[in-house]
Design a protein around this ligand. Structure first.
Ligand code: SF4
Length: 363
């Protein structure tokens, strides 16, 4: 899929940034408009389409982020185990359209695809924070509110971030993606301090629930190219979705993954079950009529999010972890946004007792 915005909004003050110029050169025929006030932008979106969230993906706002970029991952919610992850949001919203995406609810009052062009402010901030905390290890990701690489051809944040993180010994960069856009990554000289991680699901889930994304084979092919270049690779089985025949489908997916990337090239694998806040269910049903996400029962947890019932989650995580460990005991498998009870039930331990994960977990 090649992204082409229908309209580009430019915030006052963002016109002269190098990234703004690069985007405008890339889309010479696309109308541009100074950024209007938020109510006007929402009016325009509501007039243009019934699916306001979907229409927001086709408008691109070039803006400057005001305030601190670096935040601790919001996974720190009641009862959940925190993996000490930090996020930097350079883009808000995403060109893909996964049925389960929480952005549909989270960004419903401002769904315009927004790219922040003041990258120099981010580098200054990161430099100050990393220098002030030399004994703390920061794992920093850019994929909380977007796909880290889907737009890297014309918003090439990776070209700046990868060399920056290479100069740091107390931080590692993670670019999380479902894309196959790795051309800029393959041009870098030093891949040593960046983990490129792919979210993967069995092909039947990817086709039905992950609209606009490259297929699993394309993603794994991109992962292989990056692994061969020397990048450390991560995989996120997230969200794990349960459906009739899921065990066989996930076993086949794991085999395909390991045909492309060797266990020793894989830094970690995370498992995260399908979860959602109550408001999201209605949006998903309205926007994705063929979804099969709600064929199982879900119950709310301490953090208010709905998940599969605990015995089912335990069984699914135990099964996937065993499938992975049976193929290679060297694989580091962790659980994302799960409770201490599930961690102990599935892995028999907390992450503190795992050498590779220990440095990141905050217990
Ligand atoms: S790739 Fe991620 S951010 Fe993009 S639509 Fe899918 S879940 Fe949302």
């Amino acid at each position: 899929m090649t992204y082409q915005p229908e309209l580009i909004y430019i915030e006052e003050g963002a016109e002269n940034h190098a990234l703004t110029r690069r985007v405008l050169e890339r889309f010479p025929g696309v109308p541009t408009h100074p950024q209007p006030a938020m109510p006007e932008m929402m009016d325009e979106l509501q007039r243009s389409a019934i699916d306001v969230f979907g229409a927001g993906k086709k408008r691109l706002l070039l803006s400057q982020f005001k305030g601190p970029f670096l935040k601790k991952c919001p996974g720190i919610s009641p009862g959940m185990v925190c993996c000490n992850y930090y996020v930097v949001n350079l883009i808000k919203n995403c060109v893909y359209d996964c049925s389960y995406c929480f952005l549909q609810d989270f960004l419903q009052n401002n769904p315009v695809l927004t790219a922040f062009v003041n990258l120099e402010d981010l580098l200054t901030e990161l430099d100050e924070v990393l220098t002030a905390n030399p004994n703390h290890t920061f794992r920093v990701g850019t994929g909380e509110l977007t796909d880290s690489l889907a737009l890297d051809d014309f918003l090439p944040y990776s070209e700046t971030l990868i060399p920056f993180f290479n100069r740091r010994n107390n931080a590692v960069l993670e670019l999380k993606t479902k894309s196959d856009r790795v051309d800029n990554l393959l041009k870098q000289n030093d891949p040593s301090n960046t983990i490129i991680s792919w979210s993967i699901n069995p092909p039947e889930i990817a086709e039905r629930e992950e609209k606009g994304t490259p297929g699993i084979e394309q993603r794994l092919n991109a992962a292989r190219l990056c692994a061969d270049k020397g990048y450390r690779i991560g995989f996120h089985f997230d969200p794990v979705i349960l459906f009739p025949g899921w065990e066989t489908a996930y076993a086949d997916l794991i085999d395909l993954m390991l045909q492309n990337v060797q266990p020793q090239q894989i830094e970690w694998i995370s498992l995260g079950g399908f979860r959602y806040r109550p408001n999201l269910k209605k949006v998903i049903k309205e926007r994705h009529e063929n979804t099969q996400l709600f064929t199982q029962e879900h119950l709310p947890g301490e953090d208010g999010k709905f998940r599969y019932l605990r015995p089912l989650r335990n069984h699914a995580f135990e099964t996937l972890r065993r499938m992975l460990k049976d193929r290679s005991s060297d694989l580091n498998v962790y659980l994302c946004m799960e409770t201490k009870e599930i961690w102990e039930g599935v892995t028999g331990k907390m992450p503190r007792s795992d050498r590779k994960l220990d440095q990141f977990f905050d217990l």
